[in-house]
Design a protein around this ligand. Structure first.
Ligand SMILES: [Zn+2]
Length: 367
């Protein structure tokens, strides 16, 4: 399974898919599902759905992960051909100087560029530690004039992403563009392969969602249609095992999959998730039975689509589970394939344990 995860993740990280422009990623995943004999369809927003009908007396499950990634949108093309952009999603401006980017040209040839960085030899002392805001950054594509840039197919509104890049590190670790959340997509593909040939179990809807990085707009639409009893989101868990992160928690890269006991954004949306105790219990018991080490996360500053999905209909029994990841939203994020492997096995086993007696209430809680 590890080789398959590595191949799927590498392939998916090579495909640009800015929020609202996920079409290439969706087509690739749809093709992979179809090749496995798994039926799938997409909705108006672009979410991709593969449903596995199961026991009608058991709660239905929506297991979802996002296909999109953050980046930029072209705002203006200067007369000299340099391109100005707006941020799309939580782009860390500290990590931008002299990065390579890809400007997507639908139906045409993508345009490569580099993010402007003032020549070091001309940098004054007071500029040395200054970070430019994204709207002040310029992209150099080499074209040299506005007319040439436009002739190459770039226009206002064109999507821009970090240039797709994958670096295979030691110990099954992988650095790549948008590990968040193509790693989740690779894990969901593994789950799909398993569900295809399972014996019994609940109805499961696998959803590859859009526009998560654009303030969580995609998955909630699909949830309104599916009205799941149980909602499980797959996304990164902040690894806290690098020197600047140790105070924040105990999430170790390579230490196994994780579940979130608390997430709160704390700015902007003021949204977050406190998981349902039945869902927490499900993953704790599954991990113990399968002898998979399960890590725990409680973080302010993070949030996922689940913030909105949990509120659909009568409310869904909700939980975030995921894989530890380092350097979130930088052009190279790092995950460990053994965590993805553990996560896929955990999900498959947990889904199989959801039967007619799965408690959707909180009546049995000690409080
Ligand atoms: Zn994500």
């Amino acid at each position: 399974m590890m080789d398959r995860l590595r191949n799927d993740l590498t392939a998916l990280m090579g495909i640009p898919g800015l929020s609202g422009h996920e079409d290439r990623v969706r087509r690739a995943i749809a093709d992979m599902l179809t090749a496995e004999g798994v039926e799938n369809h997409s909705d108006r927003m672009g979410n991709l759905i593969a449903s596995f009908e199961g026991d009608p007396d058991s709660p239905s499950v929506m297991l979802f992960t996002h296909m999109d990634q953050l980046g930029f949108i072209v705002r203006k093309i200067e007369d000299d051909g340099l391109i100005r952009v707006e941020r799309m999603g939580g782009v860390p401006e500290r990590a931008l100087a002299s990065q390579a980017v890809t400007i997507c040209v639908p139906g045409g040839e993508d345009v490569e560029g580099v993010l402007y960085n003032k020549s070091h030899h001309a940098t004054q002392a007071n500029e040395k530690y200054r970070v430019l805001k994204a709207p002040d950054v310029r992209i150099d594509t080499g074209h040299g004039s506005k007319a040439a840039v436009k002739a190459a197919g770039v226009c206002i509104g064109s999507p821009v992403v970090y240039r797709p890049n994958v670096v295979q590190l030691a110990n099954n670790r992988v650095a790549g563009t948008s590990v968040d959340d193509r790693a989740g997509c690779a894990v969901l593909l593994e789950v799909a392969r398993n569900l295809k040939s399972r014996d019994g179990g609940p109805t499961v809807h696998l959803v590859f969602s859009v526009q998560e990085e654009f303030n969580l707009r995609g998955a909630v639409v699909t949830a309104q249609t599916l009205k799941p009893d149980v909602a499980i989101q797959i996304d990164l868990m902040l690894a806290t095992d690098t020197p600047e992160m140790t105070d924040r928690g105990e999430m170790v890269l390579g230490g196994g999959p994780g579940m979130s006991l608390y997430s709160f954004h704390g700015r902007g949306t003021l949204n977050g998730v406190i998981p349902h105790p039945s869902a927490v219990r499900l993953f704790e018991e599954t991990a113990e039975a399968e002898q998979i080490s399960l890590q725990r996360s409680a973080q302010v500053g993070v949030l996922t689509d689940l913030s909105y999905v949990q509120l659909v209909g009568e409310g869904a029994v909700s939980i975030d589970v995921g894989f530890p990841m380092r350097y979130s939203h930088s052009s190279l994020e790092v995950c460990d394939l053994s965590d993805l492997d553990g996560l896929a096995r955990l999900l498959v086993a947990a889904l199989a344990r959801i039967g007619p007696d799965f408690d959707l209430t909180r009546d049995g809680e000690p409080g």
